[in-house]
Design a protein around this ligand. Structure first.
Ligand SMILES: [Zn+2]
Ligand SMILES: [Zn+2]
Length: 437
């Protein structure tokens, strides 16, 4: 065992010991009932997942998915609301006692990708695929509702199920996703005190990755239009070459992260699109650049757009060119509430074993679960979905992405425990919910 892993083991031991003092967890009897109920619903849940996988729908068009979700939730006798933020669905499961409300959020949309797996339940819709595992998320949330609905006697408060459209981003010109769900009141009536979510992750089945504080980055976009002056390619001095200026801008922007940002506070600036020019022998009049900015802190998030614009301004103006800089704010960083994490970590450790709960370095990908975390304490983790017998698995957003379906049952089990635990800790959460937001 390396020094590093010995240190991790000792740390984990103390974590388990310390957190065991504050965790009650669900009682043994309830844990057995959860297992039994999952077992009972297994074949139905797989049927649901495969139906969703075969019938993927793009962001803000999740009509059939929402219909299936709402129909199932209504058949359970829950209080269901549809048509929130276009195709969103919520359901309230009241327990036997009044109290705190905790929520579970799942996203429902698919991606414009042609599936290339050879599973028998591959997508029937050309060019559309559940390549981000949102079919698994939806199935886990529905399965959790099915299981907890049979355990009402154990619920001290309410559980709200939130099925959200457009996590991958609404189509251009449309609103959508978590932001719109919140705007349309999903965290009200009754007020939700804490929210839980997960994302499938290409790590081994049985593993969960988690950390407190920022866990995923903000994702903002920018566009730069460099306006030069066209001339003959043989007479560049008569024009202003937007391509040469764009090249300088691109290279200079790379120095922001390496020279202007605190290296202990990560940030990414990537320019993924560049277009300009007309012909090989004409000096380009205009070049468009588009990029993404990923940050984990508010300070970097505020600072970087200004630094980019300063560079663009300096380079273009020094050559008598002009520019248009536009910046579009996207999702903020996903922030795992430290107090909620402290309370829930023992549950993960107990369910999965210390070796299977892994510390995750913050990821520079984004998730609009972050909007919920801005309002109330949130707990978000990554669920391993790689068949451990396989060496590797295709990443998220790949046409070959194929999660191990056994992860669905584990996801349901974890969510049942976390939600019930959340309600058990309601007085603690109410006292501490605003402390670190
Ligand atoms: Zn995705
Ligand atoms: Zn996703």
């Amino acid at each position: 065992m390396s020094e590093n892993s010995r240190f991790k083991t000792v740390l984990l031991f103390f974590s388990v010991f310390f957190f065991a003092l504050i965790s009650s967890g669900v009682d043994k009897n309830t844990a057995i009932l959860i297992e039994k109920e999952i077992e009972k619903h297994k074949s139905e849940i797989i049927k649901i997942r495969r139906f969703l996988h075969m019938n993927p729908e793009l962001s803000n068009q999740e009509y059939q998915t929402a219909k299936l979700v709402a129909t199932k939730l209504m058949s359970l006798g829950l209080e269901v609301k549809s048509g929130i933020a276009k195709t969103g669905v919520t359901a309230l499961l009241p327990g036997i006692q009044q109290g705190f409300t905790v929520a579970l959020r799942a996203d429902m949309d698919a991606l414009p990708i042609q599936e290339l797996t050879d599973v028998p339940y591959k997508s029937l819709i050309p060019g559309v695929m559940h390549a981000c595992g949102h079919d698994v998320h939806t199935s886990i949330a529905l399965g959790t509702a099915m299981v907890l609905n049979t355990l009402k006697q154990k619920i001290r408060g309410n559980i709200k199920f939130i099925f959200q459209p457009a996590e991958e981003g609404p189509p251009p010109g449309e609103e959508g996703g978590a932001f719109l769900m919140i705007k349309e009141g999903v965290l009200d009536e009754p007020p939700v005190g804490a929210i839980f979510g997960l994302h499938v992750w290409p790590e081994n089945l049985g593993e969960v990755l988690f950390s407190s504080g920022p866990i995923m980055a903000s994702a903002d976009g920018f566009q730069i239009i460099i306006k030069g002056k066209s001339s003959h390619g043989a007479k560049p001095h008569e024009g202003i070459d937007a391509i040469t200026l764009a090249s300088q801008v691109i290279l200079s922007i790379q120095s922001i992260v390496s020279r202007r940002i605190d290296p202990t506070d990560p940030a990414v600036i990537s320019i993924g699109k560049m277009e300009g020019g007309i012909r090989s022998n004409i000096i380009a009049e205009e070049v468009r650049l588009e990029g993404t900015i990923r940050t984990l802190s508010d300070s970097n998030r505020k600072k970087i757009p200004q630094l980019i614009e300063n560079i663009v301004k300096g380079i273009t103006h020094s050559s008598d060119a002009d520019y248009i800089f536009s910046y579009k704010k996207g999702a903020p960083p996903v922030y795992n509430h430290p107090e909620l994490g402290k309370l829930m970590l023992p549950t993960l450790l107990e369910l999965l074993g210390g070796n299977n709960v892994k510390q995750l370095k913050p990821q520079m990908v984004a998730e609009d679960f972050s909007y919920y975390c801005q309002k109330i304490p949130g707990f978000f983790f990554f669920l391993g979905v790689k068949d451990p017998n396989q060496e590797t698995m295709a990443p998220l957003h790949s046409p070959y992405f194929n999660p191990d379906e056994r992860s669905i049952f584990l996801g349901i089990k974890i969510m049942c425990h976390l939600l019930l635990d959340g309600l058990e800790h309601q007085s603690y959460l109410e006292r501490n919910s605003q402390s670190s937001l």
